[in-house]
Ligand binder design. Structure first.
Ligand code: ATP
Ligand code: TYD
Length: 237
């Protein structure tokens, strides 16, 4: 029996607790939803549960396909046990189709499909609005090493191939997403989450957004859309 101990951190959507298992944390997926660096917030009933299930499915799929992740097991409807990591303060974004901040930043048309997916680093800093950074910032400020940068890119592109094919087979387009990595005695491994909160997913037939853009744009049916994606991927809820 794993005992939940001290609350270590309360982020915008998840809480982390230490446990009776040394080096293992309980990650609690809450219903809290936020956008625009925490400026828009709402609790969406059932989101914590669906995200916990969704993340477990994706992490297990990635692990089965050779990606080392922090995920250990689901411990309740909205909680999972993970390996404790020393997180790098950067977010790795991959884009298969141009939309969102990329279009605002570069004035490019929405919907451009990239032959070669685009990789971008952002600094994890809400007060600064998670600014775009490059490899040299990571080295200069010692947020990570060159080896870690190379590893993050290699793993993130591998994840992209695996997930694009998984989503495509389910009639969905994985437009873009964010992943995070952390240091562990096993090396740099995938941490945090992969859920519709941190990616864009479009229906292949209709082009409809089935992700957190529904919350950002007040389109409604946010949790229902996450459930549709889960159902299409064959995730049992
Ligand atoms: P953001 O939404 O921008 O990621 P946040 O900090 O508000 O920011 P939450 O998802 O609410 O995000 O909180 C989860 C926090 O836990 C993140 O800061 C994330 O980097 C951290 N984290 C994720 N996995 C692990 C892990 N295995 N060990 C330690 N910390 C982790
Ligand atoms: P992006 O287009 O840069 O941001 P915005 O949502 O402001 O238009 O985001 C690209 C993808 O990465 C999108 O699916 C959301 C995800 N993402 C996060 O979930 N958190 C983050 O902090 C960042 C930078 C991106």
């Amino acid at each position: 029996m794993i005992e939940k101990k001290e609350l270590l951190s309360e982020g915008k959507a998840k809480s982390l607790y230490s446990t009776s298992n040394n080096g293992e944390l309980l990650m609690v997926y809450r219903d809290d939803t936020s956008a625009f660096d925490g400026k828009k917030t709402e609790a969406l009933k059932g989101k914590g549960e669906i995200n916990n299930r969704f993340n477990a499915f994706i992490m297990e799929y990635l692990s089965d396909n050779g990606i080392n992740t922090h995920f250990l097991k689901e411990t309740s409807n909205n909680e999972s046990l993970v390996k404790s990591l020393d997180m790098l303060p950067v977010e790795c974004v991959v884009r298969n189709i141009a939309t969102g901040s990329l279009c605002r930043r570069l004035g490019v048309e929405q919907g451009l499909k990239f032959e070669n997916p685009l990789f971008e680093f952002f600094l994890k800093n809400d007060e600064l609005g998670d600014p775009l950074i490059n490899d040299n910032h990571i080295i200069a400020f010692e947020w990570g090493t060159q080896e870690e940068i190379d590893k993050m890119k290699e793993l993130t592109f591998k994840i992209n191939e695996l997930l694009c094919s998984l989503f495509d087979d389910a009639g969905l387009i994985l437009v873009d997403y964010k992943v995070e990595y952390g240091r562990h005695s096993e090396g740099l491994i995938l941490g945090d989450e992969f859920t519709p909160d941190g990616c864009r997913i479009w229906d292949k037939e209709t082009g409809e957004s089935l992700d957190k853009d529904r919350f950002r744009k007040d389109l409604g049916d946010v949790v229902e859309s996450y459930q549709i994606v889960a159902h299409k991927l064959g995730i049992s809820i």
